[in-house]
Write a protein that binds this ligand. Structure first.
Ligand SMILES: Nc1ncnc2c1ncn2[C@@H]1O[C@H](COP(=O)(O)OP(=O)(O)OP(=O)(O)O)[C@@H](O)[C@H]1O
Length: 641
């Protein structure tokens, strides 16, 4: 759609908007249109009745009851037109609400239908989403306005033009001469306004971001401590000033054009009126004709004027509606496969996988080849930014590799049905989310079908060490985990959990999927205190059991029991093997492990002393286990002791 000319784009938007209006509620659309047709035809009829009344009065014909009838017709038609107008407004409002629901439903269905993350990381696409959200609000009004305004204008102008032709036909051309340039001008203005909205969109999003930061509970601590309030306020003010400068420039252009148009139409009207009055003075037209002419000119110009103004705002809305169509018509960022993943039997394999987040970015993964055999845990280790979480994201098929492939029992992930593949996974992300929902729902989202299954949620919470925490909340499992919304009025505004408590809730989601095929645990206990980390880590290990798992942890002791530990550096696999093998190899892993273990040396701690050399790690493991350092360590120690 982006390659289309502006006129074609507008035409497509108009057609799509009308289709949307029809699909949302055909009945209401027909009702509004019917009422509009009736209400628009009545003023011309009333004007004609007025002409007949005035002609009868000025000719001095005897009153045979027709005068009273004509008078009643003039007043009655006006009254009925008013009544139909009100009814039409109610029907139109109902129809607009139906379209808004339909339009927003379509937009959010499209947005949540994108399977991957690429679009959400593209700033241009994010601007487009925001414009689409705006136009989903504005477009409904535009859709019904444009449809009804076209109907109203056609009927009003058609009926009045008939009257004007009957009085003095050349006036038709004068009226058209005034109207056509106005329509063209307004469509140009509409495009200018829409372009201004587009140009300021990126700034508006940044401003919104600063405004949200200033009131965000998470950010407010740092903002106070670093004194960032003034900085953000100045940026908001700067963006606002720039935005309003651009808008003002557009508005000045619009006002000037509209003033010129008004002047032009006044000149045309006065010219026409002078000619008609001269004709009447010469006896070629009656007083009723003059009255009819004045009413017709007013009616036609009113209808044209109204629809031109409406066309201008409708044009702008339709222009923006193009973004709605772009977003809802954007193909998925990942193409879904059609094969059933089935239970994982052999394993997952990365074959020379290269990946970067954008064409401008460097490679996050460079030729990664690794095997995750079914039924074992593979640990990922490496420095910050080495590519561990990227591997997880590719495993979940949130992105596709740029080169190479990832296979599930030999089948490329791209050939598998994505929803089925993800259903087979139990994932705890490093950057987990605490939803603005109740504690129960925050856990239930781990298996949406069971979101109301309180027993299952409680069990999951208990295994993640979150049950006691939640029970102690003011409304237990029904407590909202947010201070943004209140559940039972302003006195009851939910709670914020501590970092570790929130992580337990996030980990509990894993326990909602006990039958997953592949567990991915990316730093699942990073925020937990040592004792909780040991307890929750042990539960996670029990949950994984003999199924396949990928575990990431900077606490290397937590990876110790993994069948294979893969060490990454700058997107490349630099080492892989068992803990013992890697320690013997005395490479990156051995250095990281020793450096970490050194921090736990303390002569006052009972047990075998910490030996810092390769191959004598039992002491380290015991020591770390005693500190409640990691579940895998204690698991290893328990098994070995
Ligand atoms: N969404 C993203 N867009 C662009 N670059 C990204 C994105 N996410 C990660 N990166 C980059 O990709 C590289 C690998 O990041 P990744 O998150 O996989 O590292 P990691 O090993 O998990 O690090 P950490 O231990 O800090 O969690 C880094 O250079 C990072 O800057």
């Amino acid at each position: 759609m982006t390659g289309d000319g502006p006129r074609r784009r507008l035409g497509r938007s108009l057609l799509a908007a009308l289709r949307l209006g029809w699909r949302a509620s055909p009945g209401l659309l027909l009702l509004s249109a019917g009422l509009t047709v009736l209400a628009s035809a009545l003023p011309a009829a009333a004007a004609w009745a007025s002409k007949l009344l005035v002609d009868r009065l000025t000719r001095g014909e005897p009153d045979d009851g027709a005068l009273v009838l004509l008078m009643a017709a003039v007043i009655g038609l006006g009254g009925v037109a008013l009544l139909l107008g009100h009814l039409g407004a109610v029907a139109t409002a109902a129809q607009q609400r139906a379209i808004t629901i339909h339009a927003e439903g379509g937009l959010y269905a499209a947005i949540s239908g994108f399977p991957g993350l690429r679009y959400f990381e593209d700033p241009v696409f994010r601007d487009r989403i925001q414009l689409a959200e705006q136009s989903a609000q504005v477009a409904p009004r535009a859709v019904s306005d444009v449809a009804l305004s076209l109907v109203r204008t056609a009927v009003t102008i058609g009926s009045f033009l008939g009257v004007v032709i009957a009085v003095w036909w050349p006036m038709v051309f004068l009226l058209l001469a005034a109207a056509v340039p106005a329509i063209l001008m307004q469509s140009v203005l509409a495009r200018r306004k829409a372009r201004t909205s587009e140009a300021i969109m990126s700034q508006s999003r940044q401003r919104l971001q600063y405004q949200m930061l200033l009131t965000d509970l998470e950010a407010v601590k740092e903002i106070r401590l670093f004194g960032l309030g003034g900085l953000f306020q100045r940026r908001i003010a700067g963006h606002l000033a720039d935005t309003s400068r651009r808008e003002l420039r557009t508005e000045r252009g619009v006002a000037l054009t509209q003033a010129l148009l008004t002047l032009f139409s006044v000149v045309v009207t006065v010219g026409g009126a002078v000619v008609v009055v001269l004709q009447a003075a010469a006896g070629r037209l009656t007083a009723g004709d003059v009255l009819l002419f004045v009413a017709a000119v007013g009616g036609v110009q009113g209808a044209f004027g109204g629809s031109v103004v409406q066309l201008s705002s409708v044009g702008q809305a339709l222009y923006l509606f193009g973004h709605y169509l772009d977003v809802t018509g954007t193909p998925p960022d990942l193409v879904d496969g059609d094969r059933d993943p089935g239970r994982l039997r052999e394993g997952i394999e990365f074959h020379d996988v290269w990946f970067r987040y954008s064409e401008q970015a460097g490679w996050a993964l460079r030729g990664v080849s690794l095997r995750i055999p079914a039924g074992v845990a593979v640990g990922l280790a490496g420095a910050n930014g080495a590519g561990k979480s990227t591997i997880v994201k590719l495993l979940c098929r949130l992105y596709d590799p740029d080169r190479g492939r990832i296979t599930w029992d030999g089948v490329d992930l791209r050939d598998l049905r994505l929803a089925d593949l993800r259903r087979r996974m139990g994932v705890t992300f490093q950057d987990y989310v605490t939803y603005e929902l109740s504690a129960a729902e925050n856990i239930g989202v781990g298996a949406v079908a069971a979101i109301a299954d309180r027993d299952r949620i409680r069990q999951a919470a208990a295994r993640a060490g979150a049950d006691d925490v939640i029970e102690a909340l003011p409304h237990g499992y029904d407590t909202m985990l947010t201070r943004l919304f209140s559940m039972n009025g302003p006195q009851d505004s939910g709670v914020m959990l501590s970092g570790g408590q929130a992580q337990r809730v996030a980990v509990a989601r894993s326990f909602m999927r006990p039958d997953a095929d592949l567990f991915i645990h990316d730093e699942p206990t990073s925020a937990l205190d040592p004792l909780a980390a040991e307890q929750v880590g042990g539960q996670l290990e029990a949950l994984r059991g003999d199924r396949t798992a990928v575990v990431i942890s900077h606490r290397l002791a937590a990876l110790r029991s993994a069948a294979t530990i893969v060490v990454l550096d700058a997107g490349e696999v630099v080492e892989q093997g068992t803990h013992d093998g890697l320690m013997t190899a005395d490479g990156v892993y051995a250095r990281m492990f020793s450096a970490q273990a050194a921090g736990y040396q303390d002569d006052r701690v009972d047990g075998p002393g910490l030996a810092m050399h390769n191959g004598t790690q039992e002491g380290i493991a015991h020591e770390i286990g005693a500190m409640g350092f990691g579940p895998a360590v204690s698991g290893v120690v328990r098994r070995r002791m």
